[in-house]
Ligand binder design. Structure first.
Ligand code: SF4
Length: 269
């Protein structure tokens, strides 16, 4: 029997374990929603950090913080994807002020703490055999993640933006393991090099911009499981095999503003 192959972007994998019903809507049924201003602010900050870090890779020509700030302003003012500017969450000038502060914090305080060897690396596809003739093929790049050399080995730091990514000065890792573990597995399969963990570089897009780097976590273990408990890969395989993608009305993204499937989802109040 020829297997049915679902091609899935690796960067979306983490959200499968937040609300699988929303994930199915967005990634298998193509139900989409324009970005809000805060998400667009995050995308624009990412563009600037990627330009700054790529210019610091071995053999590249470093750029100044001002140049990274210019990349940010361009990305903010000329979006490549549809953005809903009508929402009341943030004005363009507020977003610009917050983003410029974050780019400054990132380039001067956070990036110098890392020795990056890859930025948004291309990954070889990774197949997950779900049984029953179904294969999930994870594809794409590391999106907003980097590869860093540390005294403890190779680590995958992933940049996260949002209004609640830092609590009491600590970068939050809760709920990040599925995506980070996927990157660890795919990077290892692509390069043959073992990773020792992953971490979050958090950039807070609230009215008080801040940055912090988390501790290193073993996100790979969460994906592959332990002797006693199955990994998330096995849970995901069961979802694809059965076609049952459970909703999660407790998700922080379970709202009309953030969920593309809100209007047709029968599970929320
Ligand atoms: S409305 Fe809530 S439960 Fe329904 S798909 Fe969206 S996030 Fe999931």
């Amino acid at each position: 029997m020829t297997p049915s192959v679902y091609r899935v972007r690796a960067s979306s994998w983490g959200s499968l374990f937040d609300c699988a019903f929303r994930w199915e809507g967005e990634h298998l049924l193509s139900i989409r929603k324009p970005s809000g201003m805060r998400a667009h602010l995050g995308t624009s900050v990412h563009a600037a950090t990627a330009a700054f870090d790529a210019a610091r890779l071995p053999g590249a020509e470093p750029i100044e913080v001002d140049a990274a700030a210019g990349v940010f302003v361009d990305a903010l003012r000329k979006p490549e994807r549809e953005v809903d500017f009508s929402g009341d969450e943030l004005s363009l000038s507020q977003a610009e002020r917050i983003g410029l502060a974050l780019v400054g914090i990132y380039c001067t305080e956070l990036a110098p703490r890392f020795e990056f060897v890859a930025v948004e690396a291309e990954l070889e596809p990774l197949d997950i055999d779900c049984g029953g003739g179904i294969v999930v093929r994870l594809t794409g790049t590391m999106d907003r993640a980097r590869v860093a050399r540390t005294d403890g080995g190779t680590v995958i730091p992933d940049i996260k933006t949002g209004s609640r990514v830092i609590v009491d000065g600590v970068a939050q890792v809760r709920g990040r393991a599925p995506q980070l573990g996927t990157y660890q597995l795919m990077y290892e399969a692509t390069t043959g090099e073992l990773t020792s963990g992953a971490q979050v570089i958090a950039l807070q897009t609230s009215s008080r911009p801040a940055g912090a780097a988390s501790r290193v976590i073993d996100a790979r273990r969460v994906m592959v499981g332990t002797g006693e408990a199955p990994g998330l890969i096995q849970h995901a395989a069961a979802m694809f095999r059965t076609g049952l993608f459970p909703p999660n009305t407790q998700s922080v993204l379970c709202s009309e503003r953030y969920c593309a499937r809100w209007n047709s989802c029968p599970y929320h109040e």
